[in-house]
Design a protein around this ligand. Structure first.
Ligand code: AKG
Ligand code: FE2
Length: 311
């Protein structure tokens, strides 16, 4: 199995709009990939490698600081949006049956005026760079959601209507900058990974990777390594979208293993987790009752409580 590479050029962020015919063709490719593999690469999305590098560089400067300088930004310190902020090493377990993940993360989840942003000279531009990248990813996601609806012969706005509040505290969409520090394999606990095996929670995820390391589960249950395709964005279906489409589109498990013994490199990635609005009621789009309706907010809360549970 390999991850399909799809040219998004006709509907790139550099373009105003695309013709119905172009969107139908693009939709066919999306549907094939998302119903069979659950993942695809988009080339020519309109988000450049330079934009991605700028975010990674600024975040890396944040992560490389002393712990005391990062602590004031810890996730859960901001009452208006408890998901916003810094996640320390081994805090989160994406596979709840295994030890905490060997990664650090910074979640950009809120733009509320009460949020305190890293602003020292060492991380100059952090807020602006993360904010503008969040907006770029929002624009791209909305285009992808539109093509997805068309590809399923639905009202082209059906998913968009449930993603009206991205970028406000009424919607859980999050830009997560991930930093995987060097690992001394001898010190890792049994079963510990850089990012435990999991599937994502929301509608879709955009993923920009600085290097290889991600593995995706195939239909036959084996994990295969995902190549790094320069300039491309990896997009995958998440669990709530699978449920929404009555399993027509599939949300697939993935993970990041520890580096090989003796490899002391770091790894970075940027994940943009698209979530429906907290109040949006998600019902199976084929009119079936395969899954009971649930709001975007309730579903997300349920999943967070599993990832952060102590075992
Ligand atoms: O770092 C990566 O490449 C993947 C991270 C991931 O899957 C996640 O955070 O959900
Ligand atoms: Fe993931």
């Amino acid at each position: 199995m390999s991850i399909p590479v799809v040219d998004f050029g006709v509907y790139s962020l550099r373009k105003e709009d695309a013709t119905d015919e172009q969107l139908r063709t693009l939709g066919g490719e999306l549907k094939r990939a998302f119903s069979q593999v659950g993942f695809l690469f988009f080339q020519n999305s309109g988000i450049s490698e330079e934009e991605v590098e700028r975010v990674m560089e600024t975040s890396k400067r944040f992560f490389l600081q002393a712990e005391e300088l990062k602590k004031p930004f810890t996730r859960k310190s901001f009452p208006n949006n408890p998901n916003h902020g810094w996640v320390a090493l081994e805090t989160e377990r994406l596979n709840p049956s295994q030890p905490g993940d060997l990664k650090e993360a910074f979640n950009t989840a809120s733009f509320h005026p009460d949020i305190k942003w890293p602003s020292s000279d060492a991380v100059a531009g952090f807020r602006e760079i993360h904010t503008s990248f969040f907006q770029r990813c929002k624009e791209l996601s909305l285009r992808v959601l539109r093509v997805m609806a068309l590809s399923l012969d639905l009202d082209p706005d059906v998913f968009l209507h449930a993603h009206r509040f991205i970028g406000t505290d009424e919607n859980g969409t999050t830009l997560r900058s991930l930093f995987y520090p060097p690992v001394k394999s001898a010190m890792a606990k049994e079963g510990q990974l850089r990012c435990g095996e999991h599937s994502d929670y929301g509608s879709i995820t955009l993923l920009f990777q600085g290097s290889e390391g991600l593995q995706v589960c195939t239909r036959s249950g084996e994990f295969v390594s995902v190549p790094s395709v320069p300039g491309a964005v990896l997009v995958n279906i998440a669990d709530l979208m699978q449920r929404w489409t009555s399993d027509q589109l599939v949300s697939v498990r993935h993970r990041v293993l520890l580096p090989p013994v003796g490899d002391s490199s770091t790894r970075q990635s940027l994940a943009y987790f698209v979530q429906p609005d907290d109040e949006a009621l998600i019902t199976c789009c084929d009119g079936s009752d395969k899954y009971p309706p649930i709001t975007g907010g309730d579903y997300l809360m349920q999943r967070f409580s599993e990832s952060y549970a102590k075992s």
